[in-house]
Design a protein around this ligand. Structure first.
Ligand code: AMP
Length: 137
């Protein structure tokens, strides 16, 4: 996609601190990191959503999450890490090209994920459970 910043990085039209590259993926440092060492795993093909990726690409995505998480942990001496994929504007996605954040975490980093906890009404746990199970192919 011509005006997609991650497509431009994939085509080497703009620079990035690339850590790894394969036929289908690239991994580079986030330019505005939550903590130093914050990396992004990005498929080279343009897909806005994780759900748009073909199965074989999604499989490599999963394998890379494991490998990159280990490398980031070992390289930053982090105490933990977050994997975060913002999928869709409602979920906070700003770059509309699917990508996974690997964020090294420290007990002192003063960075919190917070959400309000909703409550299920009468019968809703079963209702949601059945609906999702039906679509889980
Ligand atoms: P998201 O909100 O999940 O879409 O996150 C997009 C991420 O891409 C942000 O954390 C940005 O800092 C990062 N980002 C945007 N442009 C670049 C770039 N040119 N190189 C590296 N990271 C970038």
């Amino acid at each position: 996609m011509t005006d997609c910043i991650f497509c431009k990085i994939a085509k080497d039209e703009i620079p990035a601190s690339k850590l790894y590259e394969s036929r289908n993926f690239m991994v580079f440092l986030d330019i505005s990191p939550a903590n130093k060492g914050h990396a992004l795993i990005v498929p080279k093909m343009h897909a806005q959503s994780l759900t748009d990726l073909p199965e074989h690409v999604a499989q490599e995505f999963g394998e890379l999450q494991l490998r990159v998480s280990k490398a980031v942990m070992q390289s930053t001496n982090a105490e933990g890490f977050n994997l975060l994929l913002n999928d869709g504007r409602a979920a906070g996605q700003e770059v509309m090209h699917a990508h996974m954040h690997i964020m090294p975490r420290f007990s002192t980093d003063d960075f919190h994920f917070k959400w309000t906890h909703k409550k299920y009404g009468e019968g809703e746990v079963q209702e949601y459970s059945e609906r999702i199970k039906t679509n889980l192919t």
